[in-house]
Design a protein around this ligand. Sequence first.
Ligand SMILES: [Zn+2]
Length: 88
Amino acid sequence: MYEWMVVATMSTREQQAGDAEHADARLGAGTRLECKVCWYVYDPAIGDPVWQVPAGTPFADLPAHWSCPNCAGERTGFIVVADEAGQA
Ligand SMILES: [Zn+2]
C-alpha cells in the first residue's frame, strides 16, 4: 500500500498540468491530500465543514467548485499525503 501511495503522488504531480480529473480517479476513498500552498490537509474521514462536505467523502468526489478552505487554492494544487498509518 505504501508503494502505491508513492506512485500515486508522483502521478498526480506529473498530471497537474492537464489531466487533473484523471489523476483524481487514481485516489483511494480514504486518501488524504495536502494543499501545497498552505499545507491544509483534506481528510475524507473528516470531510470539510467549510464547504459543507460530509465526512466520508473521497477527495475525488469533492464538488467541482471545491478549493482549499484555508487559502482558496485550486484542488489540482493538492498532493497525496504519504502516510502509512490510517490507510485501509
Ligand atoms: Zn491551501
